[in-house]
Design a protein. Structure first.
Length: 195
């Protein structure tokens, strides 16, 4: 346990990111409990609307750390990647949880399943990959702002140089493309759609 505290003391941004992820899910669960269990629709909506605020706080924490002269690390890059993916995939995660809460606590319809095959699955994989590209573009934009506006290129080299987060985003996008839409498009699977 001492190692965890040492890591957080040396990398306070790791604590900010962890708090952001925990805060995101706390607001999601609290919003859904308020909405479906307690039947407080407006309170649930307000709590769910707080999830983007959590993302903004992670970004602000990262910017403050770098603007005060902090040396960029992989954790700062992780904050940018977290922000990009949270902004793009966060609404879908909330919808996923909302469908399950509505089904369980409010007599809603069974949750939708992703398509298992056929043209619907191909469209689904291309759409998800497009979301990945958008998330990586947002993360890359944040990384560039952190590198060249908030910090200095010398202090933020780990974010954008070889082996940094910008090249990693390209690798993630490429791998997702190959195992997602490319594989689905050319694999020839014609499983029946269950949605």
């Amino acid at each position: 346990m001492g190692n965890v505290f040492d890591f957080v003391r040396e990398n306070p941004m790791a604590a900010v990111i962890a708090a952001g992820e925990i805060g995101f899910w706390v607001f999601v669960v609290a919003g859904l409990v308020a909405r479906y269990v307690l039947r407080k629709g407006r309170a649930g909506l307000v709590l769910l609307a707080m999830t983007p605020v959590v993302d903004a706080l992670v970004l602000v924490g990262t910017m403050i750390d770098l603007s005060r002269g902090g040396e960029a690390s992989g954790v700062h890059g992780l904050a940018a990647v977290y922000l990009g993916f949270s902004v793009v995939f966060g609404p879908a995660m909330i919808r996923w949880a909302d469908e399950r809460f509505a089904y369980r606590f409010a007599g809603g319809p069974p949750p939708r399943r992703r398509p298992s095959g056929g043209p619907e699955r191909v469209r689904y994989e291309w759409r998800e990959w497009g979301k990945c590209v958008l998330a990586c573009a947002i993360a890359a934009s944040v990384l560039l702002v952190l590198s060249f506006v908030v910090g200095s290129p010398e202090r933020t080299r780990v974010l954008w140089a070889d082996g940094g987060w910008l090249p990693r985003l390209g690798v993630v996008t490429g791998i997702w493309f190959v195992v997602g839409p490319l594989w689905t498009t050319f694999s020839g699977t014609e499983a029946k759609d269950r949605s």
